[in-house]
Design a binder for this molecule. Structure first.
Ligand SMILES: *[C@@H]1O[C@H](CO)[C@@H](O)[C@H](O)[C@H]1NC(C)=O
Ligand SMILES: *[C@@H]1O[C@H](CO)[C@@H](O)[C@H](O)[C@H]1NC(C)=O
Ligand SMILES: *[C@@H]1O[C@H](CO)[C@@H](O)[C@H](O)[C@H]1NC(C)=O
Ligand SMILES: *[C@@H]1O[C@H](CO)[C@@H](O)[C@H](O)[C@H]1NC(C)=O
Ligand SMILES: *[C@@H]1O[C@H](CO)[C@@H](O)[C@H](O)[C@H]1NC(C)=O
Ligand SMILES: *[C@@H]1O[C@H](CO)[C@@H](O)[C@H](O)[C@H]1NC(C)=O
Ligand SMILES: *[C@@H]1O[C@H](CO)[C@@H](O)[C@H](O)[C@H]1NC(C)=O
Ligand SMILES: *[C@@H]1O[C@H](CO)[C@@H](O)[C@H](O)[C@H]1NC(C)=O
Length: 410
């Protein structure tokens, strides 16, 4: 039985569409719009069905509608689809269900609620994707082995735009771009904040892995781990006009962690970034030591950062998680070349006292052509003038005068 539903969108637009309360026969309107309604139980099957139906060129979740997602959603292979989220997509926090059923990735033991992939997809609408994270933050505090699902995974996708969306309460990473190309995120607000004593941990804003040509712009992020992280084989990335609060910064890496793997991060520009109350500002980290991997970090620019109360405003750590002795014995095989830290201003937190920039590379010329220009970051006044610390780096630009003679070890 079909039911005619009239939805008033805002005050100006009236959209008339034919929907089916029992989602077994969702019928698109003449315009190809299929409108989903909340069923009172698991809405994932209806959403999956609409996404897979080529006659539904637009799938709308109207304003005021909250879809309850109680089972995993594999939307890989989606073609030419506009997912118009005006209302809310809310993942039910059934920890037992997701622990047994979430999608899983070998990479860093990640799991996911929802895989969205295919070609020519727009996800927008001004609405909200809600991960019901509080239950997960509290569960993780009790059982740190609990794998918490990623909120949105763009997987095996080409030409996807995600824009004008609020992403709230992600249990863990918020966006994972895995094996994608030509992917754009714009005007996204992220909030992953715990209301209990248990912090919202590992809530990276974006992790980009094995993906090329990714843009992240014009967004606000309030979270508890990396604002954006470039994982292995992230290439040709633009990150622009972000306000990040409470995060671990814009991070390349960590890279070169896994023995036998070769990790590349190349051609990255991060520009016009406001970074507040963060552990790091602009950061590159790579593993050293015995039995780790290898790779190349090349042509990375951090430009136009305004930082406020940041522990480590400018960082290269090429002995990540490695003792000084081991780093001297087994220098990193992840080479770092052609890096620019340009036009970075603001304040550090004083956590590293007067040090506002720390460039620490493995011995034996593993970092080269590192440029540091127009830096005006000051520590809290009690620590006096800013200090710049470096080891084993070939510095270019203003850096030589800021850092003086770089210490050589190993
Ligand atoms: C997702 O669905 C596609 C078919 O549409 C299938 O090939 C793929 O194996 C599924 N992926 C997962 C992780 O279940
Ligand atoms: C990318 O997807 C958008 C929206 O689906 C479409 O309009 C555009 O033509 C696609 N671009 C390419 C190069 O296919
Ligand atoms: C950004 O997204 C919000 C909804 O999340 C919307 O209200 C606003 O108009 C969008 N801004 C632009 C410039 O599109
Ligand atoms: C930066 O992003 C904000 C949204 O977070 C937007 O309002 C503003 O217009 C953007 N600025 C530029 C220069 O695009
Ligand atoms: C920014 O982050 C800090 C530290 O996590 C937090 O205390 C503060 O409430 C956040 N500010 C906003 C506007 O959310
Ligand atoms: C990264 O790309 C290189 C070159 O294509 C490849 O050899 C390597 O296996 C890739 N690494 C990962 C982690 O995918
Ligand atoms: C360096 O990366 C930028 C993008 O950040 C790109 O525009 C530029 O062409 C790259 N340079 C080289 C030599 O590849
Ligand atoms: C330095 O960065 C700030 C903040 O992004 C920007 O407003 C300013 O125009 C930049 N200055 C130069 C010389 O590029």
């Amino acid at each position: 039985m079909h039911r005619l539903t009239t939805s008033i969108l805002g005050l100006l637009t009236a959209l008339v569409s034919v929907t089916d309360a029992a989602p077994s026969s969702l019928t698109p309107s003449a315009s190809g719009t299929c409108t989903l309604t909340a069923s009172g139980s698991d809405d994932a099957p209806a959403f999956l069905k609409a996404a897979a139906d080529s006659t539904c060129s637009t799938v709308t979740i109207p304003s005021g509608t909250t879809l309850s997602i109680q089972s995993k959603m594999n939307m890989t292979g989606t073609l030419n689809k506009h997912i118009n989220v005006q209302g809310t997509i809310k993942f039910n926090p059934d920890i037992d269900y997701w622990s047994d059923n979430a999608f899983s990735f070998d990479f860093q033991d990640q799991v996911a609620f929802w895989l969205l992939g295919g070609k020519n997809i727009v996800l927008d609408g001004g609405g909200t994707i809600d991960g019901s994270g509080q239950a997960w933050y509290d569960e993780f505090a009790k059982h740190s082995s609990t794998l918490r699902p990623i909120l949105l995974t763009i997987f095996q996708a080409t030409n996807v735009t995600v824009q004008n969306i609020h992403m709230i309460n992600g249990p863990e990473w918020i966006n994972f771009v895995n094996e994608g190309q030509d992917i754009t995120f714009r005007n996204i607000t992220i909030s992953a904040v715990s209301t209990s004593k248990n912090a919202a941990k590992n809530t990276d804003g974006w992790d980009i892995f094995r993906s090329d040509n990714v843009v992240i712009e014009d967004s606000n992020i309030n979270n508890g781990d990396d604002c954006v992280s470039f994982k292995p084989n992230a290439t040709n990335i633009l990150v622009s006009n972000l306000s990040c609060n409470g995060s671990h910064g814009i991070s390349v890496g960590s890279l070169g962690q896994y023995e036998g793997e070769y990790d590349i991060v190349q051609n990255v520009l991060a520009t016009n970034i406001r970074m507040s109350n963060a552990q790091n500002g602009a950061r590159i980290k790579a593993w050293a030591g015995k039995g780790v991997g290898s790779g190349l970090v090349k042509n990375i620019t951090f430009d136009g950062f305004v930082e406020t109360n940041v522990d480590n405003p400018i960082v290269i750590d090429q002995c990540y998680e490695t003792s000084a002795d081991d780093c001297a014995k087994y220098p990193s095989n992840t080479y770092i070349q052609d890096v620019w830290f340009n036009n970075i201003s603001g304040t550090s937190s004083g956590k590293e006292k007067a040090v506002v920039a720390s460039l620490s590379c493995s011995p034996d010329g593993r970092c080269s052509d590192v440029n540091v220009n127009d830096i005006n970051v000051t520590p809290p006044s009690k620590y006096g003038t800013p200090e710049f610390s470096c080891q084993n780096v070939q510095l270019s630009g203003d850096a030589a005068s800021l850092f003086g003679t770089c210490e050589t070890t190993g």
